[in-house]
Write a protein that binds this ligand. Structure first.
Ligand code: AMP
Ligand code: AMP
Length: 350
């Protein structure tokens, strides 16, 4: 049964609100960002994972739950009572799930409808194609495979279980041996190049698209497999996996920047036709750049990505734009603070 949405607090004092998120992913950055903007911060932790939030002193308050399945009306009521504004991140979506997020009554920063466009591969593709981005080709049927492809299972946690195939035979050999029961997968052209994650922020208040930072991922074992000879890899029967372990900061060749700005702007523009308020807040275009400097986008994340974590003190790009250290977490808090003081809170909530 859906409940009635609570009335938004009328206060224009940011101290009457608290910025809240789940303890993982980019929570440290989000909570510190709230504090840097003079707002209060709250983290919800799974019991036993409180330590970093205590030790780094970024949370004014810590709520603990035994398990994420415990996310229920009682917790929500606690959060609503505190005027909490939830900031979603990758782990938040992974643990709470889209359906529960949609039903949530607590204030939520960002557009909820956009999660559907991001999580459904077909809808995501429609969006990015409309924005004129270059995407890896998709093979509808395994029989169509005629060049190296990457096979992705739906919901594969952080790239685990992906595999590469070059022919339909290779595809079926691996699929039937390792994942006989899985039928929800996507087959994408494998793009040879370097992975690059572009982090953006779009404020519905300033209507400006900001390029915040870039990262590349540190993935096990993709990032270490080159340390042994190809023949040893074959002998040991090692397969590539993409389990995310950490993130490495990057700056890009400056002449690529105009294109990155344009890509981000078009994605935001098109999103306004897709759903209500469109995409706003932080988002990320996950790219592969080829040796011919073509930029392919293989995915969009419509929220803060953990690749922004190396930039708690700001990135080279935010250093150009801001007079103080500006992380993506802090930029979110600033957007919320400005919305509250201008009486426009509704504009940044989904
Ligand atoms: P965790 O809370 O670390 O168990 O992660 C939950 C989800 O968030 C996983 O599906 C990860 O793919 C994603 N995630 C967590 N940390 C990162 C990261 N540093 N970079 C990219 N994705 C991440
Ligand atoms: P994802 O879980 O979608 O973020 O992808 C995990 C990793 O797979 C990324 O870090 C990329 O290096 C790689 N990857 C994903 N899609 C492609 C593609 N179409 N071509 C080449 N590499 C890819």
């Amino acid at each position: 049964m859906s409940r009635t949405k609570p009335i938004l607090p009328a206060s224009t004092n940011p101290r009457d609100f608290v910025i809240a998120t789940l303890g993982s992913h980019s929570a440290l950055q989000i909570l510190k960002g709230a504090q840097d903007e003079g707002m209060r911060s709250l983290v919800i932790c799974k019991k036993g994972s409180e330590k970093p939030y205590e030790s780094f002193g970024v949370a004014d308050e810590i709520l603990s739950v035994d398990d994420w399945t415990e996310w229920d009306e009682k917790i929500e009521e606690e959060l609503i009572r505190r005027n909490a504004i939830i900031i979603p991140h990758g782990s938040f979506i992974a643990y709470i799930g889209h359906d529960r997020v949609k039903e949530m009554q607590v204030m939520y920063y960002g557009t909820k409808e956009i999660l559907q466009w991001e999580s459904d591969r077909r809808m995501e593709r429609q969006w990015l194609e409309k924005a004129g981005l270059k995407l890896p080709r998709v093979f509808e049927r395994p029989e169509d495979i005629e060049k190296p492809v990457i096979v992705k299972f739906h919901g594969a946690g952080g790239g685990f279980g992906y595999f590469i195939a070059k022919t339909p035979e290779q595809f079926y050999e691996v699929k039937n041996r390792k994942y006989p029961k899985e039928n929800d997968y996507a087959i994408q052209e494998y793009i040879v190049g370097v992975p690059l994650y572009a982090h953006y922020f779009y404020s519905p208040l300033t209507k400006e698209l900001e390029l915040m930072s870039f990262d590349k991922r540190y993935e096990s074992n993709a990032d270490s497999i080159g340390r042994i000879k190809a023949e040893d890899q074959l002998a040991a029967n090692i397969h590539t996996s993409y389990t995310i372990v950490g993130n490495i900061p990057l700056v890009v060749r400056e002449s690529l920047l105009p294109q990155f700005f344009e890509m981000g702007e078009r994605v935001v523009q098109v999103s306004k036709d897709l759903c209500g308020k469109g995409l706003f807040g932080p988002f990320c275009l996950e790219c592969i750049v080829t040796r011919k400097l073509e930029i392919f986008v293989f995915e969009i994340s419509a929220r803060i990505v953990a690749g922004t974590n190396p930039f708690i003190e700001g990135s080279p790009y935010t250093a150009l734009k801001y007079k103080e250290p500006m992380s993506t977490g802090r930029r979110i808090a600033r957007d919320i603070k400005q919305a509250i003081t201008q009486g426009k809170l509704e504009q940044v909530l989904g």
